[in-house]
Ligand binder design. Structure first.
Ligand code: HEC
Ligand code: HEC
Ligand code: HEC
Length: 243
């Protein structure tokens, strides 16, 4: 018995020595290095978070707004730490952002002109190139020329080219909050990873679940696609290629 224990201790010792000589991360699952990587990458991508710079004050306001989206997911203390991390580490993203006003004005114009006949999600459903956006906007203008001024057209096209993807991320994030987290403890959703196929299956179940409990259709087809796209980006795993 004693012999076995000593053997065990020795082998643990040698194993740990051997292990220590390996490169640091060799055996290990790569932990997120910063808190924001984990906490800010679930309802939207980190790419969205850092899409444009903000001043220190704006980051503080932003993080406190994000905490309110789900109070249990980011505590006050964690919020403070995240602000410190961003201000200290992501210096490239701290500062004034002069284009903001221009985008805000263009967004108002877009909402006013383009959401009269259908939802935003219908419009943002897929990535389009500049040429495709030009074609779409002109085609839509021809549907109702009286709604559009000539000078609106280039503004709308430019806005969609530059901000289409970003706006889609925001809409998907909103859906995550309003259409998923509403029914769930955060850990049921935000800590789960699935393949694209499994997410599609899961959301189909959720659709049925919601129809039974809330007595209404919870996702349109476009929303369904949008939320799966988001989940695959933020909480996806490679398809398993089991035979
Ligand atoms: C529970 C979901 C959720 C979490 C967690 C979350 N966000 Fe958001 N985020 C949203 C939603 C929804 C939007 C879309 C715009 C809106 O509704 O405010 C958004 C938009 C944003 C934007 C773009 C709008 C802006 O203010 O410039 C930034 C930047 C952002 N989030 C940063 C963060 C950061 C930093 C964290 C981590 C501290 C975080 N988000 C965590 C839901 C979330
Ligand atoms: C007068 C009503 C009306 C307005 C205003 C309108 N649309 Fe549409 N839109 C439609 C109709 C009808 C369809 C479906 C028929 C079609 O595809 O042309 C549609 C479909 C779409 C589609 C999906 C079809 C495709 O092209 O892939 C997109 C994207 C779109 N609209 C974008 C826009 C944008 C961007 C604006 C603002 C510049 C806009 N719409 C304004 C009526 C409108
Ligand atoms: C009407 C309420 C409701 C809505 C809305 C809802 N869920 Fe669910 N969800 C449930 C219930 C109830 C369960 C438990 C079902 C079970 O355990 O079989 C569940 C279970 C889950 C699970 C764990 C089971 C699994 O398949 O891994 C995940 C993940 C999940 N939901 C994700 C989501 C996502 C993502 C959304 C938004 C697209 C969402 N849910 C919207 C009620 C809801």
């Amino acid at each position: 018995m004693m012999g076995f224990l000593i053997f065990l201790l020795l082998s643990v010792f040698f194993f740990s020595q051997g292990y220590a000589q390996e490169p640091e991360t060799y055996f290990r699952y790569k932990e997120p290095q910063f808190l924001y990587e984990e906490k800010c990458s679930k309802c939207h991508t980190l790419e969205r978070v850092f899409a444009e710079p903000k001043t220190e004050d704006e980051w503080r306001i932003c993080v406190s707004l994000m905490r309110k989206k789900n109070k249990f997911w980011i505590t006050e203390k964690e919020g403070k730490r995240i602000v410190d991390e961003i201000i200290g580490i992501r210096k490239d993203r701290v500062g004034p952002f002069p284009q903001k006003k221009k985008y805000e004005d263009a967004q108002l114009l877009f909402i006013d002109r383009c959401t009269k006949c259908h939802t935003v999600i219908r419009i943002l459903n897929k990535d389009r190139t500049r040429e495709e956006w030009e074609e779409t906007v002109l085609r839509m203008r021809d549907n109702a020329p009286e709604l559009f001024l000539e000078e609106d057209i280039p503004t709308l096209i430019e806005y969609l080219v530059e901000r289409g993807r970003i706006m889609r991320d925001d809409v998907a994030a909103q859906m995550m909050v309003e259409k998923c987290i509403i029914c769930h403890e955060y850990d049921r959703i935000l800590l789960v990873q699935k393949s694209k196929e499994d997410w599609a299956k899961c959301i189909t179940d959720m659709r049925t679940e919601a129809r039974e409990r809330l007595k209404k259709d919870w996702f349109t087809r476009d929303e369904f696609k949008l939320i799966i796209d988001l989940l695959v980006k933020t909480q996806g795993i490679e398809e398993s290629h089991s035979p």
